[in-house]
Design a protein around this ligand. Structure first.
Ligand SMILES: *Cc1c(COP(=O)(O)O)cnc(C)c1O
Length: 475
């Protein structure tokens, strides 16, 4: 214990781990070490080099541009790491009495208030640990809402451009999904919605702007149609980075939305790390929220289990608290004005890239996009190449590839999302590289087909890797 304490003091800039003060006599003999631990003898420079070298083997947003569409891989301010490591946040226990964690509860409460006001909805849960779990939570609340009204509705409409988690959440929550086709502009086909939205249908799950980066200009008509037939409308909020401070989902008629704090609000993600997917709802869904929510009485914050028709808990304890601390820090730092600057910059950056590349790559839906845009590599087929080859070649230039082959409605899709935090220099370097790869496709297609050339591992056989999964630790 002494050793851990000393390392933590030196290595973590004064943030000490709580001391483990179990008197030796209380620790049963069987748990006590019989011999000293064999620890590797390495010097500080050796260990630093080891970890620095490991850290650059993989691509990450601190290394270079990461235009992975739909994922909003924005810069993570380092102050988020400072605040989320504060002892009063990092070293508390979920079972501590409320009066000893008032600061943490206040932070959760205020974060909830900020999020509600950003989308103009009435109530919120911070419990879900990701966007997908937020979807499941909200659609389960839809189910509870219709059960309470004794209405049996079986289906939920999901556009053909939707993220795969949408139909999955529909099934998981006990509904069946019906695919709603897009029209020629890549938007919801209102005629078809009119036909499909029957009394058997509980509602619609929509992403706005959608996964093509296009804003549903008929959104009010769409939500009106669903509401007129007694249904509810859910917003997959993964693309909120396009709307901040400009327009609010509550004003568009949405009844529920999930946030991806790890996308829009600058907390790290990728690699399956902790996320956070709060769900905000209109008043009519408030009685169904998961327990507990954070409430305030006078100046005291508390876990409120008094929710009449709660769907129950969806996550151990209260969600990923330290992700909330990071999102809260980001929001406090950005402020009201900064909020709309985020979306304006994200939209400008995306259009700059798409407009600069539309003569080199095929643009299936011409016109302006929101915070992300979708190109296609289908014209490269004549050269014996695919979008995947472009994506792999980009890695040779130290850039992460855009999302490829999604959304499914675009063949050979290249979905580019630069986010708000990139400079014009970075965007120009990416555009230049994409143009260079386009020239290489003509002049030396093999260079693309055999890419990547400079990464620690070359092109993987992904199908084989999935079919013959071998997970083992090499010793
Ligand atoms: C990322 C994403 C989701 C799922 O969110 P997770 O936090 O990864 O679970 C859902 N829909 C869209 C459009 C997304 O981009």
């Amino acid at each position: 214990m002494e050793l851990i304490f000393e390392i933590s003091k030196a290595g973590r800039r004064g943030y000490s781990l709580p001391r483990c003060d179990v008197p030796e006599t209380e620790l049963s003999e069987i748990y006590r070490r019989k011999a000293s631990a064999i620890l590797p003898e390495v010097s500080e420079p050796q260990i630093i080099r080891h970890y620095i070298n490991l850290s650059v083997l993989n691509h990450h947003v601190d290394k270079n541009f990461y235009p992975l569409g739909s994922c909003t891989m924005k810069y993570n301010p380092k102050i988020n790491e400072e605040t989320s490591r504060l002892v009063g946040f990092a070293h508390i226990h979920p079972l501590q009495p409320e009066n000893t964690v008032q600061g943490a509860l206040k932070l959760m409460y205020e974060l909830g208030e900020y999020l509600k006001s950003i989308v103009n909805l009435d109530a919120i849960t911070l419990q879900p640990a990701a966007g997908a779990q937020g979807e499941f939570t909200a659609i389960s609340m839809f189910r509870a809402y219709f059960n309470k009204k004794r209405e049996s509705r079986t289906y939920i409409l999901v556009p053909d451009s939707a993220h795969g988690t949408n139909p999955a959440s529909v099934n998981f929550s006990g509904f069946k999904s019906i695919t709603l086709p897009s029209n020629g502009e890549g938007l919801v086909d209102v005629e078809k919605l009119n036909k499909l939205m029957t009394s058997d249908v509980a509602g619609l799950m929509l992403t706005n702007p959608n996964t093509l980066g296009l804003f549903e200009k008929n959104i009010i008509t769409i939500t009106d149609i669903v509401h007129q037939r007694g249904g509810l409308v859910y917003l997959d909020g993964a693309n909120l980075n396009a709307l901040l401070g400009i327009t609010r989902p509550g004003d568009m008629g949405f009844d529920a939305i999930h946030f991806n704090l790890h996308k829009t609000f600058s907390t790290p993600h990728g690699g399956g790390g902790p996320g956070s997917g709060p769900v905000a709802v209109k008043k009519l869904l408030e009685p169904f929220l998961p327990v507990p929510i954070i409430s305030k009485s006078n100046d005291t914050f508390y876990f409120n289990d008094d929710i009449s028709d709660s769907i129950g808990k969806v996550q151990t304890f209260y969600g990923n608290f330290l992700v909330m601390v990071r999102a809260y820090t980001f929001l406090r730092m950005i402020g009201d004005e900064g909020l709309s600057e985020i979306s304006k910059s994200a939209i400008l950056n995306a259009n700059y890239i798409i407009q600069s590349l539309k003569d080199d790559y095929y643009l299936p839906y011409p016109g302006f996009c929101m915070h992300e845009g979708v190109l296609s590599g289908k014209h490269l087929k004549d050269l014996g190449l695919r979008t995947l080859d472009v994506a792999k070649r980009l890695l040779d230039f130290g850039l992460h590839a855009p999302t490829v082959y999604f959304p499914l409605v675009v063949s050979e899709a290249l979905m580019i999302e630069p986010t708000d935090s990139e400079s014009k220099e970075t965007l120009d370097a990416f555009i230049e590289t994409m143009k260079r790869i386009r020239r290489e496709a003509e002049e030396n297609p093999d260079l693309l087909k055999s890419a990547p050339h400079s990464t620690p591992v070359r092109r993987l056989d992904e199908v084989k890797a999935i079919k013959e999964l071998k997970v083992r630790c090499k010793t």
